[in-house]
Design a protein around this ligand. Structure first.
Ligand code: SIN
Length: 309
């Protein structure tokens, strides 16, 4: 059985690693991912300045799903420039997630990350739904094109973007055209669909404090949208652009579905938060079981082979 894969030319032992999201902020958390079976280590989205994030409670589970409005708490890019090289001993690709609050911030962060040789790839997060008063950049197509063009001029690592879900045929086409005109080598789809609302019925209160209870939704409830966005990106982007599927993965069967729809790898957020670092090995083992049952021995046997009627 060979479940190796690659994104943006970077080889991975198997397709399953963490999403830039839960429990990937501190050195201890990142070391735990490094020590786990995850095939890569993604850090929390870093900003130029350290951020405390939004007021707590800012994360809540509802069943196997979640709502969060973390607000990008992180120690700032300079701290990660010092921290990420310490993860090299885990001998797996390190992916640095970032977003500037302005284009100038983004360029400063990228210039710093370019210098860190231990970083294998950079993921620009154009899709955080939890910054009060700030729109999700990726829903502004003109702005997204400008940001991608400017960052593309200076970035010297394999790089990609994390996108929010799109729900409209026209929007799929618009973002794909912009991405095809940029230098990105991978997309991660989807970030948590923003501005959902979860209610604690006993308390008759919203589940989280920030933004009057509105936040990004994770878990199996969003999987159909994650699958659709991964599939659309695979259909519309240049063949050499890798697709990383994210959203609602809780079983090896879910990993299989994303790869069948065209993903090269997957990231896990809510299930990692709920289950801890053992989730990565479990999902990789379950993927092998699904493949064995179906008679497949390599990812390429079924990747992007989803049938239509
Ligand atoms: C957050 O920190 O608010 C979540 C990260 C994201 O959705 O991009």
């Amino acid at each position: 059985m060979d479940i190796t894969t690659s994104i943006a030319g970077i080889k991975l032992k198997h397709p399953v690693f963490n999403a830039a999201g839960p429990i990937c902020t501190t050195k201890e958390e990142l070391d735990a991912i490094g020590a786990s079976a995850a095939s890569a280590i993604v850090c929390k989205t870093m900003t130029k300045e350290p951020r405390k994030g939004n007021p707590e409670p800012r994360y809540a589970d509802f069943g196997r799903n979640s709502i969060n409005s973390m607000g990008l708490p992180n120690p700032g890019y300079k701290a990660y420039m010092a921290l990420l090289p310490q993860l090299a001993r885990h001998e797996k690709p390190i992916i640095a997630s970032f977003i500037g609050m302005t284009l100038e911030d983004s360029l400063e962060i990228v210039a710093g990350l370019n210098e860190v040789k231990e970083i294998a790839a950079i993921e620009m997060n154009l899709s955080c739904p939890n910054l009060p008063g700030k729109p999700q950049v990726a829903y502004d197509f003109q702005r997204s094109g400008e940001v991608l063009a400017e960052v593309g001029k200076i970035i010297r690592k394999p790089w990609g973007v994390k996108l929010p879900p799109y729900f409209d045929e026209v929007h799929f086409k618009l973002i794909a055209d912009i991405l095809n005109g940029s230098t990105i080598q991978f997309v991660s789809v989807i970030n948590s669909p923003g501005n959902g609302l979860v209610i604690d019925r006993d308390k008759e209160q919203v589940a989280i404090r920030p933004k009057q209870g509105f936040g990004g939704i994770g878990g199996p409830a969003i999987k159909p949208f994650g699958l659709a966005n991964a599939r659309k990106m695979r259909q519309l982007l240049k063949p050499k652009t890798s697709v990383v599927g994210v959203g609602g993965i809780t079983t090896g069967g879910d990993v299989f579905d994303y790869i069948l729809a065209g993903a090269d790898a997957v990231q896990v957020g809510t299930a990692f938060m709920q289950e801890g670092p053992g989730v990565f090995g479990r999902l990789a083992a379950e993927l092998e079981e699904v493949m064995t049952a179906k008679g497949y021995s390599r990812i390429a046997d079924f990747r992007n082979k989803l049938k239509e009627w």
